[in-house]
Design a protein around this ligand. Structure first.
Ligand SMILES: [Fe+2]
Length: 192
């Protein structure tokens, strides 16, 4: 079984994201899907050929965390875009954010602050699957820093390719545009 790239063409036209930016981003995402498939095929062949235990096998195994998460995180990201309007603070997610962060505004400040940290990667609002607690987390590149078993609730891409075409170095402005387009219904549906 191989992975198929999903189509997010429906996002073209959302406010604050140019068509050029989005189309480049879709192409990049498709590359992660292709590379995930390629890596999984190579690893399966190496297993059959008795190459487990070789340095080549080890390096490909390490690489899988980068390509697979690069694929899956883009899917979470594109799927939590396309909405209009603010969060319903009296909804299930709104109440839970206020409960875990003291109030909604503190959650938003923490999430945006995490998103503007220096470096490339992702900002993810995670739900701890054991306790249900909500935690904002920074991910280095695609694979470092994930919370084991955690459920990604809201996913923000802060690699430069996600915003530079439209915003240059103004990452905070991009994050504001991202917030205007969050599909909060989708985000809330991910809560356990
Ligand atoms: Fe990206």
């Amino acid at each position: 079984m191989s992975y198929t790239a999903r189509d997010y063409g429906n996002l073209v036209g959302i406010e604050g994201f140019s068509e050029t930016l989005l189309k480049n981003h879709f192409t990049l995402y498709q590359g992660y899907v292709a590379n995930t498939n390629r890596l999984l095929d190579s690893l399966a062949s190496m297993l059959k050929e008795g190459k487990v235990g070789t340095p080549e096998y080890a390096e490909l195994k390490r690489r899988l965390g980068f390509e697979f998460n690069g694929m899956r995180l883009h899917e979470y990201y594109f799927e939590n875009l396309g909405g209009k309007g603010a969060i319903d603070k009296s909804g299930r997610l709104g109440k839970k954010l206020a409960e875990d962060f003291g109030n909604y505004e503190d959650w938003e400040r923490d999430f945006k602050g995490t998103g503007t940290m220096r470096g490339i990667g992702w900002t993810i609002l995670y739900q701890d699957n054991v306790t249900g607690k909500l935690i904002n987390q920074w991910i280095n590149e695609h694979e470092t820093g994930h919370l084991a078993g955690g459920i990604p609730i809201l996913v923000l891409d802060v690699f430069e390719h996600a915003f530079m075409i439209d915003y240059g170095l103004k990452r905070a402005d991009y994050i504001e545009a991202f917030f205007k387009n969050i599909n909060w219904d989708k985000v809330e549906s991910r809560l356990k």
